[in-house]
Design a protein around this ligand. Structure first.
Ligand code: FCB
Length: 444
């Protein structure tokens, strides 16, 4: 029986990721709360309500869980609508509460990484046209200035915007997120404004805190043409890849945002990242689809026989994580990379242990090329409100009953704790938590 350990470099960050609206509860002053309260938007009419009740104080017990589980980092987001409830007011109590949470991480020896925008917008911003309105750049900059100025004693690792590409895709092409539009022209405009907002935030944060490390989190999706012999599928895969993945990275590489819709010059965005945050969930197969003009005549799916999550939302395709890091290293040589999200929805935890083990192994391969991967954040610490999918998807290492607020530990929490504490993944762990992949992971 082989006995091996895949070790990671000293100081590697091991954590979980969360987002304000998904865990805090009662975020009633943002566009998502509004959206949840209109019929037909969320699966089974579910609402975030108390979420994981972090705003009510349960962050304490969840941070204890993270610390007991050997995590040395945590990625969380702050809620703009709490901090700036109206254009002309700041809620100092909300900021104080965030400071308390951040100090709560430090006393547990957990390094905070803070996201400034994770999908939600204050209602007053929505009323002004949200990210469609070019003035959003100034509004976002003002919010960032205040927030970073206040929280800087406790944070120096910042993520400006989470998955701007998913925000645009879901809000302006697929229509699943508010404002539920399907408008290619607006999609391009909003993406460009998000690039501008990011660039402004990058500069402002460095002005306030020169030692800060600032980046954003890109949802990166490797794609494979469904039928490689079919030129239309190959074209569809290229369009999908470019449309989903490349707009933000191209703007940051050379100040020109490139997408299948055209190029926009945004010179101020060039070189505005100190690391790249990668959210990787799955590799997609893409085929040409005349019935889907809204997504460039492409449809993305997982082929039959994939190792699928409960609802088929994501597939276990670990090699894709290696490819994502490889793409990042080639695109930005020398730039630190952080896996800002990776996970799978699975209530009974039958896939998650192997998903974690196989992805960590692919990350270890990347690290062994001396590629500068600095950390890994699993999505998520505890089940939370999954946007338009409500409570139907369970991504947590810990299960949550949102009604009673009771948490229960999934086996994956123990596996992940062993990985964090060992700073590596061992054959012993694989044998214990996911024996079904042992021979494949450790062939003799
Ligand atoms: C990502 C989001 C995160 C969570 C996971 C499952 O796209 O950033 O908030 O919903 O998917």
């Amino acid at each position: 029986m082989p006995d091996a350990t895949f070790h990671f470099p000293r100081g590697f960050l091991w954590g979980t990721a969360t987002a304000a609206h998904q865990v805090e509860g009662n975020n009633s002053n943002n566009n998502w709360w509004d959206w949840e309260n209109q019929p037909g938007h969320i699966i089974n009419g579910q609402k975030s309500l108390n979420a994981c009740d972090w705003w009510g104080g349960r962050w304490q017990e969840d941070f204890d869980r993270a610390a007991d589980g050997g995590q040395n980092a945590h990625r969380l987001s702050v809620e703009w609508s709490r901090i700036q409830p109206t254009p002309d007011s700041w809620d100092e109590n909300a900021l104080e509460k965030y400071l308390e949470m951040l100090r709560g991480l430090h006393v547990r020896n957990i390094l905070p990484m803070v996201t400034l925008h994770h999908f939600t917008d204050p209602l007053w911003i929505t009323d002004l046209g949200g990210w469609e309105n070019p003035r959003i750049v100034q509004y976002f900059e003002k919010f960032v200035r205040k927030t970073v100025g206040t929280l800087k004693e406790s944070v120096n690792l910042w993520c400006t915007i989470n998955e701007p590409n998913v925000y645009v895709l879901e809000s302006y092409l697929a229509g699943h997120f508010p404002p539920g539009k399907k408008d290619i022209k607006l999609a391009r405009q909003v993406m460009a404004n998000m690039v501008r907002g990011h660039a402004a935030a990058y500069k402002t944060i460095h002005e306030i805190q020169p030692e800060a490390r600032v980046g954003y989190a890109l949802h990166y999706r490797p794609v494979i043409p469904a039928r490689n012999w079919n030129p239309l599928d190959r074209l569809a895969a290229r369009l999908h890849y470019k449309g989903i993945n490349m707009a933000f990275p191209s703007a940051i590489s050379d100040g020109v945002m490139k997408s299948p819709l055209g190029n926009d010059r945004i010179a101020e965005a060039k070189d505005t990242q100190d690391y790249l945050g990668l959210n990787f969930y799955s590799t997609f197969h893409v085929k040409f689809d005349l019935s889907n003009p809204g997504e460039f005549f492409t449809t993305a799916y997982f082929p039959k026989g994939s190792d699928l999550s409960d609802s088929g939302f994501n597939a276990n395709t670990p090699e894709g994580l290696f490819q994502s890091v490889k793409w990042a290293v080639r695109t930005y040589p020398g730039l630190p990379i952080i896996i800002t999200e990776n996970g799978i929805e699975c209530a009974d935890d039958h896939i998650r242990p192997r998903y974690i083990a196989q992805h960590i192994r692919q990350l270890w391969r990347a690290v062994n090329y001396n590629w500068p991967v600095k950390g890994y954040f699993h999505w998520s610490l505890v089940d939370n409100f999954e946007w338009e999918r409500g409570w139907s998807q369970r991504f947590g290492l810990w299960a949550l009953d949102p009604e009673t607020q009771e948490r229960s530990k999934r086996p994956s929490a123990d596996l992940y704790a062993e990985i964090c504490k060992e700073n590596g993944l061992s054959s012993h762990m694989v044998r214990k938590y996911c024996p079904e992949i042992f021979d494949e992971m450790f062939p003799v």
